[in-house]
Structure formats: structure tokens, C-alpha cells
Design a protein around this ligand. Structure first.
Ligand SMILES: [Zn+2]
Ligand SMILES: [Zn+2]
Length: 551
């Protein structure tokens, strides 16, 4: 049997692992990655599935560990090439369903709901789902019986001894497999640099309540919209201190609705304030849950920070709590957003290493990793889910624990390891693998980064809108200009460009001064509006690179 990571090893995001025995392939997770800054004009990045396409008829199923984007985000983009049955837990599949619906693919998909303890036979594989705790709900690890032995894939996990939903990490199941004998363990490396144990999700309650009680006016809490445990605690603490809940931001509204609909979020009757009533509701009696922890330019929290949200204002003495990690790469935008709040004399709290945290990680720290290794006692160990240094340090930790009887494999995306019938394992030639960039508005062919850019440029061209903005007043000093290359050769080209200039002007005019002088925000707004307009008028998708001139 071969194990082939197609994403997520040596990088954070786009997790995907293929297991192949004979002519049967099982795929675990199909995630996406958000692009780094240098990938201009790219919305998301997904794994290159050339290997799976080459062996299309062998792929039996995609099995999902949980509903985070880095585990399910690629599904809409690969389903066209690989329409195989998808297995996942209730909440995970609810998120998948929502995605597929948005892409108009729901009819075609074959979704199979499973729960912890279920066993799915798939050709030569037999999969048992083991409940694990993490920052979202309904997460499972996989114990897979294969012709050469048992494989355990942890998915993302931490060992939360006091989970908010009362469903513990199933230590017993891991121990049971450990006793039976596990051929190989594939495990989450994210927090290998952290000593000790990751605190329970419940640890944030203390500080949350303290801040809610101390808040003189309105409270805004932002967390990841998939962090259902965190959302539950915000709802619970708000009730304790006598505040009601408002929700802003599309993903937050959607996820709360989904989780509540499945009975996975307890919302007491009468505790919610309707969106249209948030603005006028007594500020001292309200907690608003908002999406946008990473200061994504179009998100609810970014708009609130510059007081440009349609449902609510922000004012002096309001409290803003960022209950999420500051993801490396996003620091600049996040701190700029925090500055906007401070300028308005808003009380902002973010993860600052205090004894009582307002955010805890969803991934295991070193001691939990050691416990897992001791329980499972695998013959072979392969660290997953991390950059190379995380994988390396996880390997070193396993070495130190001494619970691995055979070998530890340090693999990267595309590498392959073969487990043979006599219990041996060998590293094999890599398979084609890598990253593919996707323009999220289109479902067309997905390709290699360079090819995609070249094709994109040659077919749809480049559009560079140039706007001169006064750094202090935010005024547009001269009419916007648009430079194009390889775009719009036709007769009505000039007319479309003239209208496009109006679109830009309108976007800028409808922004607040703070947005206008925050170039990352105004650039993104111009890009999104112009992209929508040009796509509608010409059905082309040029690369749009806004330039702001400071005057
Ligand atoms: Zn996760
Ligand atoms: Zn993950």
C-alpha cells in the first residue's frame, strides 16, 4: 500500500492524503489554502490532483476529517474531475453542502453522513471514525484497516478534557487500536513548537466574562465563524451578564444558522437581536458576533473598524474582542484595523499572552502529541499538517518519546511511502503534486500557477486602474485612469472603459475617509467592484492590479 500526501506537508493548508492499495485509492480531505501576497489576483490555492486524475477510475471516495477550509475547501473545484462519494460527519457535510450549493454542484454530489463509531467499508479499506476535539465541532480521526495493517490519521486535534459540547476526545478508541497494533500514524504537527498542553476551549470563558462585565457600552466579539465552541461560549456568557446577541457578517450568520439547525448550538429563546435592530438596540445590553478576525478587506469587522457597516456603528467606549489567532502574514492588516478602532477610542482586546486567554488554539501541544504517540504506539510515524520545521520537530519529538517501533518518515507534499505485506516501508519516487491557483468566480480549468498567469494574461489581459488620493483628506485628486494591456480590442472598448472609470469613482466616493487612506482596503474594494463590472460587460477576467498614487 502507498501513502501519498498531495497537500499540507511543508505548507499550512490544502490538506490531502491519498492511500492506494492495488487499484483502489482513498482520498483523505480536500482542502484549500489562502494565497500569499505575491500571488496577485489569485483567490485561493488548491492541491494539484494530476495523480488522482491519472488514476481516476481507482478513486473510491473522499473521506473528510472536519469542516475547516484547509480540509474541505477544494471540493467544489475537484468534483468536476473526480465525482466520487464524499464521507463526513453531519456538520462537516452541512458546510460542504453549502459550498456545493453556491457552486451549483449539489445535485451531482454523492454525500454520505457518518458519525463517530461508524465503520465504512470501501473496497479493500475499512474506515472507523474516532471522535476528536478541535476548535470546530464534529471532528473525527480515521482508523483505516488496509490489507497491510491499520493506518491512523488524526485529522486536526487537541485533547480537550472539558469540551464545550461535552463530547470528549476518544482516548479509548486510540488505545484500543494501539493495543491491536497500528502500522502507521499520520498526525497533526501544527503546535509542535508549544510545550505543555493546549488549554481547553473552556479556558476563554473567564476572561470573556470579565471583559463583558467591564464593558461600558456595546461589545463586539470576532472569532472564526467555524469556531462553534467559541460562539456557544459567547452566547452563554452574554446571557450570564444580561446581554443579547446580534450577528453580522455572512459567514458568521450562515454558520450559526447551520449549527443551530443541526442542534449543535444552544441559543436560548429571545436571546437574539434581529440584524435590522442592532443599530438601535441598547448598547449596554448587546454583544455583536462579527466575522473578519483576519481583517479581510471586505469583512464585517473591517467595515465596522472604519464605521462603514450598514447594520451598526462603532463609537468611543465600545469594546472589541478579537478571539482568534493572528495568522502570520496578516499582522499588518490586522494591526491597521486595530488602529482604526483605537483611533475611535474603542477598547480593543486581542491575544496578548495574558494568564486568562481570550483565544486558545485548536491544535495539540507537545504533551498531547506525546500521549497520542504512547497510546497508538505505531510502527511507522509520519508527521502531517505543518511547514517543514513543524514536521521535523514532530519527528524529533516522536523519536524522543520512543513509542515508534519502526521508522519515522519526514515527507513533503508529493512524496510517497510504500508499506509492504511483510510489514516493511520504503520511500518511493514522488508523484506529480503541487499548487493550483483558482479564481474563485470561475469554475473553469484549474492550472499550474505560471501557466495560469500566462494564459490569463494572454487571453484576458491586464487592467491597471490608477487613482490619485490625497493621503490626508482621502480626496480623489484627478479622474481615475485605466491602463490596459491585452484587454478590450473591440469597438465599444472606450465606452466600457469610461464606465469602468465611473465604477472606480463610485467605489471611492462610497468609502469613508479612513478606507480611502487605508490602501489595502481601497485597493481591494476597487479590485472587487471593477472585476464584477468588467466580467459582466465582457465576460472576461483580466488581472486587475489597482495602483493608488499618493498626492
Ligand atoms: Zn482544523
Ligand atoms: Zn487543518
Amino acid at each position: 500500500m502507498w501513502a501519498i500526501p498531495l497537500g499540507g506537508l511543508g505548507e499550512f493548508g490544502m490538506n490531502m492524503l491519498a492511500l492506494r492499495t492495488g487499484d483502489d485509492i482513498l482520498v483523505i480531505d480536500a482542502g484549500l489554502m489562502f494565497p500569499e501576497q505575491e500571488l496577485l489576483g489569485v483567490d485561493i490555492v488548491i492541491p494539484d490532483i494530476t495523480y488522482l486524475k491519472q488514476n481516476k477510475r481507482m478513486v473510491r471516495a473522499i473521506v473528510l476529517t472536519h469542516g475547516h477550509e484547509d480540509h474541505i475547501g477544494a471540493i467544489p473545484y475537484i468534483l468536476g474531475d473526480l465525482n466520487v462519494p464524499i464521507y463526513g460527519t453531519q456538520f462537516t457535510l452541512a458546510l460542504v453542502r453549502k459550498k456545493l450549493e453556491e457552486h451549483g454542484l449539489l445535485d451531482k454530489a454523492k454525500l454520505h453522513e457518518v458519525k463517530p463509531g461508524d465503520i465504512t467499508p470501501l473496497g479493500p479499506f475499512q474506515i472507523e471514525y474516532l471522535h476528536v476535539t478541535h476548535s470546530t465541532i464534529d471532528c473525527v480521526a480515521l482508523a483505516i484497516r488496509t490489507p497491510v495493517g491499520i493506518i491512523i490519521h488524526t485529522g486536526d486535534y487537541k485533547m480537550d478534557p472539558t469540551p464545550v459540547d461535552g463530547k470528549p476526545f476518544d482516548l479509548h478508541a486510540f488505545a484500543r487500536y494501539g493495543q491491536e497494533g497500528v502500522l502507521a500514524l499520520f498526525s497533526d504537527s501544527t503546535n509542535v513548537e508549544r510545550p505543555g498542553f493546549t488549554p481547553s476551549e473552556r479556558a476563554v470563558v473567564v476572561r470573556m466574562e470579565e471583559l463583558f462585565r467591564a464593558a461600558p457600552e456595546r461589545v463586539v466579539v470576532s472569532c472564526f465563524s467555524s469556531s462553534i465552541h467559541r460562539i456557544q461560549q459567547v452566547i452563554d456568557v452574554a446571557r450570564t451578564v444580561g446581554r443579547k446577541i446580534g450577528v453580522v457578517g455572512r459567514s458568521m450568520v450562515d454558520n450559526i444558522e447551520i449549527a443551530h439547525g443541526l442542534g449543535k448550538l444552544r441559543i436560548p429563546d429571545g436571546s437574539m437581536v434581529r440584524p435590522q435592530d442592532i443599530r438601535s438596540f441598547d448598547r449596554r445590553k448587546l454583544v455583536v458576533l462579527a466575522s473578519g478576525t483576519q481583517a479581510e478587506p471586505m469583512s464585517a469587522l473591517s467595515r465596522i473598524a472604519v464605521d462603514n457597516h450598514r447594520l451598526m456603528g462603532i463609537a468611543e467606549n465600545d469594546t472589541v474582542i478579537l478571539s482568534a489567532r493572528i495568522i502570520p502574514g496578516n499582522e499588518k492588516s490586522i494591526f491597521r484595523m486595530i488602529d482604526h478602532f483605537f483611533r475611535r477610542r474603542v477598547l480593543v482586546y486581542y491575544d496578548g499572552g495574558r494568564s486568562a486567554p481570550i483565544h486558545v488554539s485548536g491544535h495539540a501541544s507537545q504533551e498531547e502529541m506525546k500521549i497520542l504517540l504512547q497510546l497508538v504506539k505505531p510502527k511507522y510515524f509520519i508527521p502531517l499538517h505543518g511547514e517543514y520545521r513543524h514536521l521535523f520537530r514532530h519527528a524529533a519529538l516522536a523519536e524522543h518519546v520512543g513509542a515508534v517501533s519502526g521508522q519515522i518518515f519526514l515527507m513533503e507534499t508529493g512524496h510517497a511511502v510504500e508499506f509492504t505485506a511483510d510489514g516493511k516501508a520504503y520511500q518511493r519516487e514522488p508523484v506529480p503534486a503541487g499548487r493550483v491557483c483558482v479564481d474563485s468566480g470561475s469554475l473553469e480549468e484549474i492550472e499550474d500557477v505560471v501557466i495560469r498567469d500566462r494564459r490569463h494574461l494572454s487571453e484576458d489581459g491586464v487592467v491597471v486602474p490608477i487613482v490619485a488620493i490625497d493621503k490626508h483628506t482621502g480626496r480623489v485628486e484627478t479622474p481615475p485612469e485605466i491602463v490596459t494591456r491585452g484587454f478590450l480590442p473591440s469597438d465599444d472598448g472606450q465606452e466600457i472603459l469610461a464606465k469602468a472609470r465611473e465604477v472606480i469613482l463610485r467605489t471611492v466616493e462610497q468609502s469613508t475617509t479612513e478606507e480611502k487612506v487605508d490602501w489595502s482596503v481601497i485597493k481591494e474594494k476597487i479590485r472587487v467592484d471593477l472585476k464584477r463590472y468588467l466580467n459582466k460587460q465582457t465576460s472576461k477576467r483580466p488581472l486587475i492590479l489597482p495602483v493608488i498614487l499618493e498626492v
